[in-house]
Design a protein around this ligand. Sequence first.
Ligand code: TRP
Ligand code: SF4
Length: 347
Amino acid sequence: MATSPTKKRVLSGMRSTGKLHLGNYVGALENWVRMQDQYDCFFFIADWHALTTDYADTSLVKENSVEVLLDWLAAGLDPAKCIMFIQSHVPAHAELHLLLSMITPLGWLERVPTYKEQKENIKDKDLGTYGFLGYPVLQSADILIYKADCVPVGEDQVAHVELTREIARRFNGFYSGKRKYVFPEPQALLTPAARLPGTDGRKMSKSYGNAVMLTDPEPVLRQKLKTMVTDPARVRRSDPGNPDVCPVGDLHKIFSDKETLAKVDAGCRSAGIGCIECKGWVADAIVQVLNPMQERRKKYEDNPRLAWDILEAGSARAREVAGATMDEVRDSMGISLGYEPPRSSSK
Ligand code: TRP
Ligand code: SF4
């Protein structure tokens, strides 16, 4: 897990939300697993970020971090290929967050689209906190402290990477001194997001209760898919349907092979197949994806210590890299840790 001088560095994070669902896999994790072979990858569990909204009851944060980690390992993130760590074990993120907060204009934060949106949509918590407003600055620190070249994210996070670039530019402008610059500007790598529908046809999301979890045993998965909404025009078995307007059809496009897709398309449009049959086929395809994950997960579920050790080793490595950046940051700001004699000795 040595960091490589030639490969581009990738960094991304996930909040400690607990067990992951199929949408998290298709939207992010699957992509990360591919990336670990090509890039110098740092993936972290953003447990402090979870606190920006879940600050009142923190009882599940740690448990949720472990669940995320188990799903990462299940999905195939490999400690021999990438560095997995947890934010709260690398306190330098907080130091950089503080320093960046000094130079970040309030207006930049108030303009972040997720800020207004979430403040309006999340009514059961008071999000009028300092930490919530500043959370994109913390995210900028997460990214800049590893000098990441690329940040794979979904569409909702692109504005945060853009803000990170602006903060980097501002920092470089103020402090770079004899260095050309301290922080490279990171690129957002937009994850080709197949919007995965949940069982009710809305975007798959834990909070909607429409999600298929990566840990769902086969019978649970099949049951969930059975209840999935279909093309509303297909009321009776004899009514023809259209897989292009059916959430089950969308799942087929993501998980099924060409032959099955052709069967679904022809069978649905001619009313030659029933929806139950069609859902059974997509369940078959998803089982093929989940089975090997659940198999890999067992080893860590039986011995979570093993998973935690991976996270601690990754966090130790992350602290080294982050520590080196912080030395440069302090140095460029003129607040390095070493003793320096006073510049003008006043008699
Ligand atoms: N804010 C991201 C989310 O809610 C998680 C995150 C935190 C992140 N820090 C990051 C993602 C740094 C990419 C890079 O999903
Ligand atoms: Fe949807 Fe399949 Fe039913 Fe067609 S046959 S409406 S694609 S579930």
